[in-house]
Design a protein around this ligand. Structure first.
Ligand SMILES: [Zn+2]
Length: 370
């Protein structure tokens, strides 16, 4: 990891929600007004806890008579439903039964014993990565209640297709299976047969950062995503985009999509801006889970090699689209659109191809060692 010598405000990321999910929720709100007051209860007579802003998205805890309780960073507060849009039922792909989960533990028990009432699994697992997330339910919507260390042994209580229920000291938790059992190698070479989810940052009303000449980040990320999708398809990958050219898609939905299709990789594309520092330049790649740092490293190295932009390094980044992602996932800041020279380069297909070649080469290196 490279130490950055100046701190740059990542303006485009202001629009990325930093709130942490501590509960299973089925709904989200999108804030429609700037400086909307947060109240400690469902009414204007309750104390003011601060403000939220247009286009921010929060998890819904509860709805009550024209008010909705939302989850912020470590606390909850109420906003009037007059100034927000509430969207969709979140269907949990791991608990809805729609995936046809078959309890493999049961069939093993039946084969080994006549006691068909006993469905408990008698086995333990070795944690293979540091900071392996244990949640209080079988989906990424649930709170992380424990971080297991590499080499730690956990006793398995139940097992489904995707999740293991494990015993903790005073409670129980859920671990995503692929974090424990290294993915059983698919018999494919390189990118052929791999499912890659590409996430063009922002979209629709969320325009992201603005460049010197009023090019929106939203449109540039889509341009890059489109070229990347073509290249990956030519190499035999199945490519899924989180949004089309015009539409806004919530951050939670983007991560859920990758989890649902069991993607081999999730790549979120962004551009940066610091308008008051037009000389700032460089590219950086973020991972959330330690085991995906190698993917971030390969992609970062290859993009720098191709683009010759400044290497701002690889770092941990607490961004919702990669935090809620179970798949190998990274968020790439592909350059500063507030830098006039970079902006001009980014508008050319030649330079876009260089960025895309870097991402493709990074993915190929990553899959070569899996
Ligand atoms: Zn962005």
């Amino acid at each position: 990891m490279r130490k950055r010598n100046i701190v740059v405000i990542l303006i485009c990321l202001v629009l990325v929600s930093w709130n942490f999910p501590v509960t299973a929720s089925t709904k989200e709100v999108i804030i429609n007004e700037d400086n909307l007051n947060l109240r400690s209860g469902p009414g204007t007579t309750y104390g003011n806890l601060g403000q939220v802003h247009k286009d921010e998205v929060y998890t819904v805890i509860k709805e009550q008579a024209g008010w909705v309780e939302i989850l912020l960073d470590g606390y909850t507060a109420w906003v009037s439903t007059d100034y927000v849009s509430i969207q969709g039922e979140f269907t949990d792909p791991f608990t809805s039964g729609a995936t046809g989960i078959e309890d493999t533990a049961n069939s093993e028990d039946i084969a080994d014993s006549t006691d068909t009432e006993e469905h408990a699994v008698q086995k333990s697992i070795n944690v293979v990565y540091n900071q392996t997330q244990v949640r209080n339910g079988p989906s990424t919507e649930y709170e992380i209640i424990y971080l297991a260390s590499k080499g730690e042994k956990l006793q398995v209580i139940e097992e489904s297709d995707s999740w293991l229920k494990v015993k903790l000291e005073d409670s129980e938790g859920y671990v995503f299976k692929e974090l424990i059992e290294k993915t059983t190698g698919k018999l494919t070479e390189g990118l052929s047969g791999k499912t890659i989810v590409i996430d063009p940052g922002h979209g629709g009303d969320d325009s992201g950062a603005l460049s010197v000449n009023e090019v929106y980040e939203r449109d540039l990320t889509y341009k890059t995503a489109d070229i990347l999708a073509q290249e990956l398809s030519i190499l035999g990958a199945e490519v899924i985009m989180t949004r089309d050219e015009e539409t806004f898609v919530s951050l939670a939905s983007r991560a859920t999509l990758a989890n649902t299709v069991n993607a081999d990789a999730f790549i979120s594309l962004h551009y940066n801006s610091v308008p008051n520092l037009p000389n700032v330049t460089g590219i950086s790649t973020y991972y959330y889970q330690e085991q995906f740092e190698p993917l971030a490293n390969y992609i970062q190295q290859e993009i720098i090699k191709e683009s010759e932009d400044r290497d701002r390094g690889v770092d941990f980044g607490d961004f919702q689209v990669i935090r809620q992602n179970l798949m190998p996932s990274v968020l790439i800041e592909l350059g500063f659109i507030s830098n006039p020279e970079i902006e001009q380069l980014l508008l050319t297909n030649v330079y876009q191809e260089k960025l895309v070649t870097g991402i493709v080469n990074g993915l190929q290196r990553y899959f070569a060692i899996q």
